[in-house]
Design a binder for this molecule. Structure first.
Ligand SMILES: C[C@](O)(CO)[C@H](O)COP(=O)(O)OP(=O)(O)OC[C@H]1O[C@@H](n2ccc(N)nc2=O)[C@H](O)[C@@H]1O
Ligand SMILES: Nc1ncnc2c1ncn2[C@@H]1O[C@H](COP(=O)(O)OP(=O)(O)OP(=O)(O)O)[C@@H](O)[C@H]1O
Length: 296
């Protein structure tokens, strides 16, 4: 059995620079991982069956990004060898869904990386990232495993090394559907594209934040509360918000005062994904197939 983390990501800034003909949006964002997230345990089988436990409330197994990721690999394997392997996958879900923390994408990425190893498929990181983009715009960064400045729909990645502070992440009790925010007529979608250097000299913001606050007053209220303690922003299309602190204790102190009923956690920013830190600890048992470039 192989147990691996599927960490959360934060969008340290998020700017929407245009809408493409296929309806997707071009954006610029700085992705960083945190050392908190879901965990997946994989046991390979020879019978071709994929079994995921427990089921996620409200998500049919065939719609679960974990099963979708595994099926993509099975299709490739079938084409290559005519055979398919299976797996029992146990998911420990800690990340709220629809929170902007990328939990579904991270689960999918961990599945691609883990089953590539366990089924001995030998696919490169580039190939896994290409497969991943079909599952979600956020999957490639989780496959590559390094903090990155992202452009395009999120797949053109330039590795970056932002500070790695302690974060307090607060999650209002609501799910924000990413597609609903991107389809909202009031979304700001004409921000100028900047270079990473320009971003480093510009105050960071999230272009979805004003709209999400307007549509979901609970997010506006919690953000006003957190802003009393530290500069704070929303991640992705929400609903979660975050603030950075110089120490774990400082972040814990604010969490202890959080309004009742709000789920929150303190986590360390990581420029290397905890998924790859875990894989490195398993070396030499497991080796990562090197990538040739950083696009997708
Ligand atoms: C907003 C971010 O969280 C920033 O990291 C991501 O770009 C969202 O990535 P994701 O959740 O993996 O999103 P996907 O599952 O690919 O897309 C969900 C829906 O969001 C919209 N979408 C998503 C990404 C993007 N660059 N433009 C879009 O317009 C599309 O309507 C799409 O149908
Ligand atoms: N393994 C999974 N974990 C979470 N959600 C999943 C999973 N598989 C499918 N989904 C579907 O994906 C939707 C978005 O889930 P997710 O937790 O990734 O949202 P998010 O954190 O807002 O993502 P992002 O920041 O990438 O927009 C869920 O509402 C759910 O219907």
């Amino acid at each position: 059995m192989l147990t691996l983390p599927a960490p959360a990501k934060l969008n340290l800034f998020l700017s929407i620079t245009g809408r493409r003909d296929d309806g997707y949006h071009n954006l610029q964002t700085l992705f960083q991982f945190v050392d908190y997230g879901d965990s997946l345990a994989f046991s390979p089988t020879d019978d071709g069956e994929l079994i995921l436990t427990p089921e996620l409330a409200g998500v049919l197994p065939e719609q679960n990004l974990i099963i979708k990721a595994a099926r993509l690999l099975q299709e490739l394997q079938k084409k290559k060898t005519g055979a398919t392997q299976g797996a029992h996958i146990h998911l420990t879900k800690l990340l709220p869904m629809g929170g902007g923390l990328g939990g579904g994408s991270s689960d999918a990425a961990t599945t691609l990386v883990a089953l590539n190893q366990l089924w001995k498929l030998g696919l490169s990181t580039d190939t896994l990232a290409e497969l991943g983009i079909a599952l979600g715009a956020d999957v490639p960064v989780f496959i590559r495993g390094h903090a990155a400045f992202a452009e395009g729909v999120g797949e053109i990645l330039t590795p970056a090394c932002p500070d790695e502070p302690w974060y307090l992440i607060l999650c209002p009790q609501l799910e924000v559907a990413t597609a609903t925010i991107f389809n909202d007529p009031e979304l700001v979608r004409n921000s100028p594209a900047l270079t990473l250097q320009q971003w480093l000299e510009t105050p960071w913001r999230n272009d979805c934040e004003a709209l999400v606050k307007k549509r979901h007053p609970e997010v506006a209220k919690l953000l006003s509360w957190l802003l009393e303690y530290a500069p704070s922003r929303m991640t992705g299309t929400g609903a979660c918000i975050f603030a950075s602190f110089g120490s774990q204790q400082a972040a814990e102190d604010v969490l202890a005062k959080a309004p009742r009923g709000v789920f929150g956690f303190v986590a360390k920013g990581c420029n290397q994904s905890p998924l790859f830190s875990a894989l490195e600890k398993l070396k030499p048992a497991i080796k990562r197939v090197p990538s040739s470039n950083s696009t997708i």
